[in-house]
Every structure is written in C-alpha cells, then in structure tokens.
Design a protein around this ligand. Sequence first.
Ligand SMILES: *[C@@H]1O[C@H](CO)[C@@H](O)[C@H](O)[C@H]1NC(C)=O
Ligand SMILES: *[C@@H]1O[C@H](CO)[C@@H](O)[C@H](O)[C@H]1NC(C)=O
Ligand SMILES: *[C@@H]1O[C@H](CO)[C@@H](O)[C@H](O)[C@H]1NC(C)=O
Length: 371
Amino acid sequence: MDNLLVFFVSFLFFSSVYGDNNCPLDSICGNNRFDIRFPFGIEEPCTYNPSFNIKCNNQGRAILSLPSAGDFYVRDINYLMQEIQVYDQFDCLPKRLTTFQLPPSSVLKPVYYRNYTFLTCSTDLVMSFHVISCMSNSTISTLATSSTNLASQMVTLYNCKVDNTFSIPVSWTPLYEAVFSSDLNNDLVLTWDEPNCQECEVEGQLCGFKNVTSGEIQCFDVPGTGNTKGIQIFRIVALALVIPAITCSLGVTCYICYEQSRDSRRSAAALQNTTAGGAAVVPQPETSIGLDDSTIESYTKVVLGESKRIPGPNHGICPICLAEYHPKETVRCIPECEHCFHAECIDEWLKINGTCPVCRNNPSPVHVNFS
Ligand SMILES: *[C@@H]1O[C@H](CO)[C@@H](O)[C@H](O)[C@H]1NC(C)=O
Ligand SMILES: *[C@@H]1O[C@H](CO)[C@@H](O)[C@H](O)[C@H]1NC(C)=O
Ligand SMILES: *[C@@H]1O[C@H](CO)[C@@H](O)[C@H](O)[C@H]1NC(C)=O
C-alpha cells in the first residue's frame, strides 16, 4: 500500500511520454503547468545541449542551473516565444540580480540589461516608496532605480547612500524611469536563439534532433496522441483520489472557520456592547472610488509592436480579460507599478475602482516627473 502511494505521489511529481529513441518527448515536473520538452529536457542525452538541462527535485520544482549565476526555479517556458521565466528560490531576486553574470558563450540570455542604482536609506524616511522588502529591515531599506536623476534626488532629499550601480538583466525597458523598481522582484526572463524551434511550434509539431551527431533539428508530428492521453487519464485518476481527500479536509476547515467566526462575531458584539469605540472592532466594508477620465487619460498608452513586448512586469496576457496581447493592440500602464492592461479593460476598471487590479496600489492622480 505504501509503495503504491509513493508511486502515485511520484507520478504526480514527474511524468514523461517516451518517444522512439527512448528520449522523453514531453515531461512534466511537479504541478508545474508547463511541460519540459526539446530543447529542454530532464535527461541529458536528450536535451539540445547541457545548457537546456532541467532538474526536477523531489518537491516537484523544476530547476535550471545557469553557468556562474547558479540555480533558479523555473516558473514557465514559452516554446513559441523561446522564453524561459525563472525565479529565486529564496524570493529575493533583486539580490541575485546584483551579482548576476553569464559568460558570453551562454545560450540563454536576458532580454535586456539596464543600469540600476541601489540606494540604502533610513526605513523611517522612505516607508512610502517601493522598497525592496527582502533587502530591507526596520532600520535600513534598499531602493533601486534606473534613473540616475532620481537616485541623486534621494541622496539630497532623504540622505540615502548610493550602494552601487549594477548592470541588471531585465525583461522590459521601463517606460517610467522615475519610479523605484519593485518589479526587480518579478521573474527573470531569458531567451534563446539556437535551436530555433519556432517553426515547429507554429505548426503544432514537436521539435527534435534529426541527427544527434550533427545537431540538426527537425519538426515531428505529435506522435499518437493516445500516448499523451494515457498520461492525462492516469493523472486524472490520481487526482480523483486526491480531490475527495482535499474536499473532506476543506469541509472540516470550513466548519472550524465557521465556528471561529461565530465566536469572534460573538466577542465583537460583546465588545461593542461594553465599549463606546466598538465600531473600530467591526471591519468597515471597503469603499473604493474610481478615477476620473482625465486622470485615466494621463496614464501612458502604448500601441504594441510585432514583438508584443510590454513594458513593466507583465507576462503577455492582460490580467483583466486574461487574453493574450496581439500586435497593434493598445495597452495602458499604471505609472506607479508599471502594470499594463488592454486600454479598454483598465479604463473601465479604473472608472469604478481606483486601484491597480494586480497589486492594489493606489495610482496617485498627480505624477512628479523626475527624468
Ligand atoms: C551601464 O553603465 C556602464 C558603466 O557606466 C556603461 O558602460 C554601460 O553602457 C551601461 N549600460 C547600460 C545598459 O546603460
Ligand atoms: C538591518 O540591516 C542592516 C544592514 O543590512 C544591519 O546593519 C542592521 O543590523 C539590521 N538591523 C536590524 C534591526 O536587523
Ligand atoms: C549525422 O551527422 C553526421 C556528422 O555530420 C554524419 O556523419 C552522419 O552521416 C549523419 N547521419 C545521418 C543518419 O544522416
């Protein structure tokens, strides 16, 4: 019984569909929503070259090892755009980025590099700014900006110290230089040119070696989808066993929550009866006011080019309608946090709700432009 359980669990963590040459055509690691396939792979002889090796650890995390930059967890792989999105296992990407260096021969490359000035300031004075929280504590906060102008203003106005200027790999060119980049904490995107499998992807085919010795690649038809279906069915069966267990524990949790909230409502009511300031205990419904048209219009609109590259910490889909961006579409970005959306989506949202739908920041109506 135990063995069976281990088998199920390891199946949920890691599964592969094998091709004719004993190389997995398509592997899955953990609960990740992306699959691992050529040029990436989990077994060395089957990857395009060692740069594309991915390890799947026993917590079901896919790990990419970069030469001299170290290990990163993989969030997603976009085979069509030839992009891999990675993050720091300790949730402090900015710190990793200050020392991030890849040898010129590296196959995987950041999209852009940009110079960022890192400042250390007294936490009391800069609390209202986007500080890099994992590099800050109650006395000292770290801020980063790509605007040298803003950096020197911070030194004169807030007595900050310039830590250093680092060339940082980023996946966008900031539209707004004059803001602190909390988004250095967003995932790092790396791209590759070789091998170019985009043609196969567009045709819905799989890419692979034509000749392992020469390194030639070619597109293959997706083999008997029955094979992949088998794996899907297996996962569904495995999940079917897991879901009732989760539902059951959810039921118990809900009951406990209900009991607790009943208790806290009782004690809140008791407090209200005994103290005049009882209202402070009962949470007020959140009221939010929309922005007026002229404020919304003051936020920059961008018409997307063929590359569809969006400025800021954005990942190719509009977070409101969840549709992918297409060339020539108009996006609007919120200056403070650089989150972007289809203009028609965000305009409607901001009219009724004055906060960024992604990070809930309040965009301020007035912008100070330092650059
Ligand atoms: C960053 O600064 C260095 C040294 O000042 C300079 O050589 C380099 O071109 C700058 N890089 C970018 C991307 O601006
Ligand atoms: C905060 O960080 C600074 C520098 O990183 C360190 O010198 C200081 O001791 C830390 N303070 C606290 C309260 O942890
Ligand atoms: C594969 O490439 C090698 C080296 O280029 C060549 O010698 C060999 O004949 C090729 N094999 C096939 C099956 O085409």
